[in-house]
Design a protein around this ligand. Structure first.
Ligand SMILES: CC(C)(COP(=O)(O)OP(=O)(O)OC[C@H]1O[C@@H](n2cnc3c(N)ncnc32)[C@H](O)[C@@H]1OP(=O)(O)O)[C@@H](O)C(=O)NCCC(=O)NCCSC(=O)c1cc(O)c2ccccc2c1O
Length: 313
């Protein structure tokens, strides 16, 4: 009993609740989360289909945040099939980079986060790139956003409309500038997203509001979006990046595996078998470190029968 009490007191001290001054603990020093520490973005060179990134800017910070920005501000950051390939490529890099623990998705400039698919490259059957094939590869991006086992934060300034609105909804968190405008435009321009674009929205704002957004193509201010539960926080435009990085820093201080499993868990019900598959994958990963998982492997390597009987308790 006394040992348990001591452990609770120790934990409280680490979490800042004890009598000792929290600044004195090495735990707190290691995990200090600062809003004001400067962030140094350094560009990352990636190549896509033989060329360097052309429609996306990719940066990382020393502390473990990756920032991916759609770079077509003259088109309100509308995406082409190439933009999508570049976004996927950067997201995959951020996923595989063991130093990265949080990802920011945003748009260059302050006029738009993203205005959805570039309507000028839309033809019969989809959006057309250099190869002349009409595609809806935006759907591939959606899967990647949903599956990456790291938290993704949408940093939104200006318009987040059409497919751009769906990108922010599929990110795990959204930090919004006060100049942001949210909404769906598809039914106006002859398009719709009847997949996660509907189901995730209905989860976020409720079915009635979701139908209002889609059926009327209304646009909403940042404050209205906050009231509806579409975004996590609204800040003045000039504080947007600082606030977003601060949210990322708070996540960097927490267990990455816990966040990965929480993300998978929150998506699992909606994603059906694919959701269970991802969640189950985490169980398998942890089982690989478990004595029973290791006994099976060791027995195979030692060419003997596994002894699972020892674990019957
Ligand atoms: C976003 C706006 C509300 C901004 O209005 P604003 O007045 O601030 O700016 P302008 O309208 O003057 O725009 C400046 C400049 O950018 C061009 N532009 C803006 N958006 C796009 C775009 N989406 N495609 C192409 N070009 C765009 C605009 O033409 C101007 O160019 P100039 O040369 O004239 O200077 C407003 O711009 C707006 O409403 N934009 C359109 C929003 C839209 O309808 N997006 C498409 C929705 S459908 C979609 O995104 C989509 C894509 C997919 O891949 C899907 C795949 C599978 C299922 C569904 C999908 C889907 O729905």
């Amino acid at each position: 009993m006394e040992r348990a009490r001591r452990r609770v007191r120790e934990a409280e001290r680490h979490l800042g609740g004890g009598r000792r001054r929290v600044e004195e603990t090495t735990y707190y020093r290691r995990h200090r989360v600062s809003r004001d520490a400067p962030v140094e973005w350094r560009g990352v060179s990636l190549r896509v289909q033989g060329d360097a990134l052309a429609e996306v800017v990719y940066e990382k910070s020393e502390e473990g945040i990756a920032k991916i920005s759609i770079n077509r501000p003259e088109k309100r950051n509308a995406f082409t099939p190439r933009t999508i390939v570049e976004l996927i490529c950067c997201l995959e890099d951020a996923k595989e980079d063991g130093k990265v623990a949080a990802i920011i998705v945003t748009g260059v400039g302050t006029s738009a986060f993203c205005s959805g698919g570039d309507q000028l490259v839309r033809e019969v059957g989809g959006y057309v790139g250099k190869d002349g094939v009409p595609r809806l590869n935006f759907l591939d991006l959606q899967v990647v956003l949903r599956r990456i086992p790291k938290p993704i934060v949408a940093m939104v300034a200006g318009h987040a409309v059409g497919g751009g609105h769906i990108i922010h909804m599929l990110c795990d968190l959204t930090i919004s500038a006060d100049n942001a405008i949210y909404g769906q435009t598809g039914p106006k321009v002859g398009s719709f997203d009847a997949g996660w674009g509907c189901s995730v929205m209905a989860r976020l704002v409720g079915p009635k509001r979701a139908k209002e957004m889609w059926f009327l193509c209304k646009l909403y201010t940042a404050e209205e979006a906050y009231e509806m539960g579409l975004v996590n926080k609204v800040v003045p435009l000039d504080e947007l990046e600082k606030e977003t990085v601060y949210w990322c820093r708070q996540m960097l201080a927490n267990s990455p595996l816990a966040l990965s499993i929480l993300k998978a868990s929150m998506n699992a019900v909606d994603d059906g078998h694919a959701g269970v598959q991802q969640l189950g994958g985490f169980a398998t990963k942890m089982f690989y470190s478990h004595e029973q998982g290791l006994e099976g492997l060791t027995a195979f390597k030692e060419k003997r029968k596994p002894d699972f009987e020892q674990f019957r308790k």
